[in-house]
Design a binder for this molecule. Structure first.
Ligand code: PLP
Length: 444
């Protein structure tokens, strides 16, 4: 079928998705796929949830759109109340956007304007981590640390500085305990702040659990507490990107809860609306709101569709269902089950070097040799082969290449819906096991 769409990959025959129910998406041929990655960690409630679609119908019948320079709306206000009352300590307000990249752009500008309002306009630097992903718009791409995604756009990107990620499987030295390793890599932040000038850094930005580029990598214990300490010491804002790992994906509403820290600014998106509508948000601390309120009186930013009533109504319904049905308990229980099943299937697999993650956000890392952790030749595009074999078996997972440096390394990310049952998890791991073996068989 010829298409007038500039698809993500040209000359690739995409199946046509025509329906979705629960954990399944169905294509026009009638084939059903288990959505074990929620697309890209989006569809936390699965597909076609009746309570969400009802809320959307009701909102569409009442009011589809009202521009935020003229009006506020009930779903937007209710969702903000819902989010703030469940947010980390000190978070007092919400700024709406339509997705993850927009949330990051808004967070960066909000952080910069905060210091302008406070009379510290000399602060101009952002520090982030290598092998992070924060979005594809120019600001988000600038702070992102994925070399491959940045490369051809490098001349257009704003200045940003990068330190090491906290990636224990690959980077902890044999003579280091996890704590010593975490301290070493966290202290890179302090060194970078000192190098740039202690009064010149706006913010440090990181994903609490690194999603797309590293594959569900959690930090070692104590790492983020040390990061928070360093930010506080130099008055640097801590921006957490929970676009992928947040809103329940790791078993708590916010991933940072499990690190024992509170951000100054937090970006959320995917699981907020669960894919029912495009929506993201920036959550901000009272001190930032106060600086704006007592200063210029407004945030110099904005998009046409921010706070869209349909998007807010859908997101509110998604969040209410998660709470009403106690789905975070299920994320924890099914997360443990998934970890067990992955360990059974891949724990002794000669080409699986690491199984990692938290809650219903887990990944396997593929290696040529477990002993030396060497990777497959990137030219083989093993990750793409896994995706193809998985789709052939009716499984959506999220494989990615470039795990090590944007070029070498392959991992497969799983992010099943929060409604998954034990037998769903069993089927996911069974199909994934077959897909991985077939893909590796095709290159061995
Ligand atoms: N931040 C993180 C951590 C992400 O994983 C993503 C998307 O994968 C983004 C930001 C960008 O979000 P979006 O694709 O909705 O613009």
């Amino acid at each position: 079928m010829s298409s007038r769409i500039l698809h993500r990959t040209i000359n690739h025959a995409y199946p046509v998705a025509v329906g979705g129910e629960g954990i399944y998406i169905q294509d026009a041929q009638g084939k059903r796929y288990i959505d074990a990655s929620g697309g890209a960690a989006v569809s936390c409630l699965g597909h076609g949830h009746p309570d969400v679609t009802r809320a959307m119908h009701e909102q569409a019948d009442r009011l589809a759109f009202a521009h935020t320079s003229f009006f506020t709306t009930e779903p937007a206000e209710k969702l903000a109340d819902h989010l703030v009352s469940r947010a980390p300590a000190g978070i007092s307000h919400v700024y709406y956007v339509s997705g993850g990249s927009e949330a990051i752009e808004a967070a960066l500008k909000m952080a910069r304007q905060y210091f302008v309002e406070k009379g510290e306009p000399q602060r101009r630097h952002f520090i982030a981590r290598r092998q992070s992903y924060h979005g594809n718009t120019l600001g988000a791409l600038s702070i992102g640390g994925n070399a491959w995604r940045r490369q051809q756009f490098a001349p257009l990107l704003i200045e940003a500085h990068h330190i090491a990620p906290c990636f224990e499987y690959r980077d902890r030295r044999p003579d280091e305990t996890p704590e010593v390793y975490g301290r070493r890599v966290a202290d890179e932040l302090e060194a970078k702040i000192l190098e740039l000038g202690t009064d010149s850094v706006i913010a440090f930005i990181a994903e609490p659990v690194v999603g797309a580029t590293l594959g569900a990598v959690t930090a070692v214990p104590g790492y983020f507490r040390r990061i928070r300490e360093i930010c506080d010491k130099y008055g640097v804002l801590l921006i957490l990107d929970e676009v992928m790992c947040g809103m329940g994906r790791t078993g708590t509403l916010h991933a940072c809860e499990q690190e024992g820290i509170t951000p100054d600014i937090m970006a959320i998106a995917k699981g907020l609306g669960g894919g029912y509508q495009p929506i993201g948000a920036v959550l901000l601390q009272q001190k930032i709101f106060d600086a704006f309120a007592q200063g210029s009186g407004f945030f110099q930013h904005g998009h046409t569709y921010l706070g869209h009533p349909m998007a807010c109504a859908a997101a509110l319904a998604v969040q209410q269902v998660i709470e009403r049905d106690r789905l975070l308990d299920n994320v924890k229980a099914m997360g443990a089950h998934l970890a067990d099943r992955l360990t059974e299937r891949f724990g002794n697999h000669r080409h699986v070097g690491d199984i990692r993650g938290r809650g219903l956000f887990q990944a396997i890392e593929l290696v040529r040799d477990r002993a030396d952790k060497s990777t497959f030749d990137p030219a083989l595009k093993l990750h793409a082969r896994v995706k193809k074999e998985a789709m052939a078996r009716g499984l959506m997972c999220y494989p990615m290449g470039g795990t090590i440096d944007g070029r070498s390394g392959d991992h497969v990310l799983l992010a099943p819906p929060f409604i998954s049952k034990a037998e769903d998890i069993d089927a996911i791991v069974e199909r994934l096991g077959d897909a991985v073996d077939a893909a590796i068989g095709s290159v061995a």
